[in-house]
Design a protein around this ligand. Structure first.
Ligand code: KIV
Length: 263
């Protein structure tokens, strides 16, 4: 049976961990779906792992709609979430038009956008149009040209407090889920307890309500040294479906992420 956004809320309430992975095409989306992944994220990370770009910034809304439509064709059970790419949500009206394309043409059930309090007006407007929104705080890849490098966020007291406030402000604006990327585990744990909607971590420690990884990273396909939070689940597995099943089980039983994958 098809999972829904309210089902993800139920999973949080019942303490059942949400296993999420990215996908960009129908075949791998089907493998994820049949291996028990609850949420398939069509991430704008496709710019880097599919298109070979240096960052996610060049990814267009057309790219996202195309890949989302491919993924949606492969999924029968999981919730499909799609990223609003860079500059597709500068105003509430433009954001609504972008989100409508991801949902109507791409088949997404929820859209994800990056940023904190400055996005609250956009979030509120989308929610008013009945568009489920996932926030994304911590390391924001679309802001890489301002940040300068991919680094852990919220390490000091004042940035941690700002991040915690942002999470509450976004929730107040109506987000129904939050992705926390590259933040200290204790900060993620505090946010996870404060929010009544699922908090999905990537490099955010074991306390989150669920975990997400970029598929290519957890299959050991990404070039260069992987970030600390990545584990190669294909190593020792009997193919991709088995690697994904092992990932789902590890998220569900809390063995991933382990301390060595956390900050
Ligand atoms: O684009 C993406 O894949 C993401 C994940 C890293 C959370 O946003």
């Amino acid at each position: 049976m098809r999972l829904t956004v309210p089902d993800l809320h139920t999973m949080k309430r019942e303490g059942r961990k949400i296993a999420a992975l990215t996908a960009y095409d129908a075949t791998l989306a089907r493998v994820l779906d049949q291996s028990g992944v609850d949420l398939v994220l069509v991430g704008d990370s496709l710019g880097m792992v599919v298109q070979g770009q240096a960052t996610t910034v060049p990814v267009s809304l057309d790219d996202m709609v195309y890949h989302c439509r491919c993924v949606a064709r492969g999924v029968n059970r999981a919730v499909v979430v799609a990223d609003l790419p860079f500059m597709s949500y500068p105003t509430p009206e433009i954001a609504a038009a972008s989100a409508a394309r991801l949902m109507q043409q791409g088949g997404a059930q929820m859209v994800k956008l990056e940023g904190g309090r400055s996005r609250s007006e956009v979030v509120r407007f989308l929610v008013d149009q009945n568009i489920p929104v996932c926030g994304h705080l911590g390391l924001l890849p679309q802001s890489i040209h301002r940040l300068g490098r991919y680094a852990v966020q919220g390490r000091d007291q004042s940035s941690a407090r700002l991040l915690q406030e942002d999470a509450l402000i976004l929730r107040e604006a109506g987000i129904e889920m939050l992705v926390l990327e590259c933040v200290p585990a204790d900060l993620a744990e505090a946010i996870r307890y404060e929010l009544d909607v699922p908090v999905i971590g990537i490099g955010a420690g074991p306390a989150c309500d669920g975990q997400v990884l970029v598929l290519h990273d957890m299959l050991g396909l990404t070039s260069g040294k992987p970030p600390r939070f990545v584990k190669n689940f294909l190593a020792g597995a009997n193919g991709i479906a088995d690697a994904v099943t092992r990932y789902v089980e590890a998220v569900q039983d809390g063995s991933f992420p382990a301390p060595e994958h956390s900050y």
